[in-house]
Design a protein around this ligand. Structure first.
Ligand code: PLP
Length: 395
């Protein structure tokens, strides 16, 4: 089928919930994507941070298909080796205690919110269920995680939203203090806001949040759906800030392209959930977990995270050295990169695509890169050349 036919069928038969960009890739390898007419694109998006070890990674493909050939799914009434192995790796690498698997970031956050509310209810009874989140955050698209998302544009049409969410500005400890009125059970935040514009929280702030939480027995939840799984050059981004979470959530990069979410639970909440309190038909699916085990093994192999940091620094330095006045700031950690520009980010994103580069936007004025962690320097250079020429034509 050619691209026009695909686009026509999409428009006819899919509900129009996405503002799609006219690209219909057929196959790819690592960070390079091809359409069926052979047109080639460099991928700085990784499917929004999902294809963490690239497209069609051979070890991952083999592990998933081997598991599919053994048993593709078995309900959560029974036990599964790939699932327990993945949970063990997540626990051992984070210093946490146990894991609830689901199928997406939003669901992982739902699980974390349920754990937090039950912890508080079990200990303090009713009236202590508020979850504080940050302005410009993004936590998902379910009715509850939309409520948790601190952006007014997401609080339309679908009323009534889940109650019990309060938003405070990031990096403002006194605003947070004022919001702690005795009804609060948890604070949930991304240590680097992804959709909000690659905004890094101040280390001092994160540490103060942690100590306020300790003081008042409030749970600290980090939404690491985008930042986790090596994206920022450490396995989990909150370790950059030298703080511990009570619960943190993962999704995007963990499955490397198959759907999975995880709420990783620490000491305080390890026994809060009992049989019957939560569940998911697909959560922790053996084939998905077999792939995720390859992701974790790859990330833990010697030198892997160092090269994520080196590539991130290389990209940030190269973009800074373009020396363009349309670039206001280049920021990020590891391979989570934001370029704040004075031009229309959507416009630049479209122009890059027509020149053969896939790139993301974030916030109001940020170009965002979330390439596969395995991207080669050749792919990086090809992509940066395209970005440079598009920006120079608009500088
Ligand atoms: C993408 C994202 C989500 C939502 O994940 P889904 O898998 O789309 O439900 C939640 N939180 C953050 C920080 C994200 O980047």
């Amino acid at each position: 089928m050619n691209k026009d036919e695909i686009i026509k069928l999409d428009s006819e038969y899919l509900t129009h919930i996405y503002g799609r960009i006219p690209l219909a890739p057929e196959y790819g390898k690592n960070a390079t994507v091809y359409e069926n007419d052979g047109k080639k694109y460099i991928d700085f998006t990784a499917g929004i941070g999902v294809n963490s070890i690239g497209i069609a990674n051979e070890v991952w493909c083999r592990a998933v298909s081997e598991q599919l050939g053994k048993i593709q799914h078995i309900s959560n009434y029974y036990y599964s080796e790939p699932t327990v192995m993945l949970a063990k790796t997540l626990v051992k690498t984070s210093g946490m205690n146990n894991v609830i698997f689901s199928n997406s970031g939003a669901e992982a956050n739902e699980a974390a919110i349920k754990v937090a509310r039950k912890y508080s209810y079990d200990k303090y009874g009713t009236g202590r269920s508020t979850v504080i989140t940050l302005i410009n955050s993004f936590h998902g698209r379910t009715i509850t995680t939309l409520s948790a998302t601190g952006q007014d544009v997401f609080h339309k049409y679908f009323f009534p939203f889940t109650e019990g969410f309060v938003y405070v500005p990031a990096n403002d400890i006194s605003a947070l203090n004022d919001a702690l009125d005795g009804s609060v059970c948890a604070i949930m935040c991304e240590v680097i806001q992804g959709e909000g514009g690659v905004n890094i929280l101040e280390e001092e702030y994160v540490k103060e949040v942690r100590s306020l939480c300790d003081e008042k027995d409030i749970l600290l939840i980090f939404d690491e759906v985008q930042t986790g799984i090596g994206r920022t050059g450490t396995l989990y981004a909150h370790t950059h800030f030298d703080v511990k979470a009570d619960i943190f959530t993962l999704a995007k990069g963990l499955g490397a392209g198959l759907p999975i979410g995880a709420a990783v639970i620490g000491e305080k909440c390890k026994d809060v959930m009992k049989p019957g309190d939560h569940g998911s038909t697909f959560g922790g699916n053996p084939a998905v977990c077999a792939g995720a085990n390859v992701v974790m093994k790859t990330l833990l192999s010697e030198g892997f995270l160092d090269q994520v940091n080196e590539k991130g620094d290389y990209i940030r330095n190269t973009v800074k050295n373009f020396g363009f006045s349309c670039i206001k700031e280049v920021r990020g950690m590891g391979l989570m990169i934001g370029i704040q520009i004075t031009l229309s980010h959507k416009d630049i994103c479209k122009k890059c695509l027509s020149e053969g580069l896939m790139i993301l936007t974030a916030g109001k004025d940020v170009l965002r890169m979330l390439p596969p962690l395995t991207i080669s320097y050749e792919e990086i250079d090809n992509g940066l050349d395209i970005l440079k020429s598009v920006l120079s034509g608009n500088n």
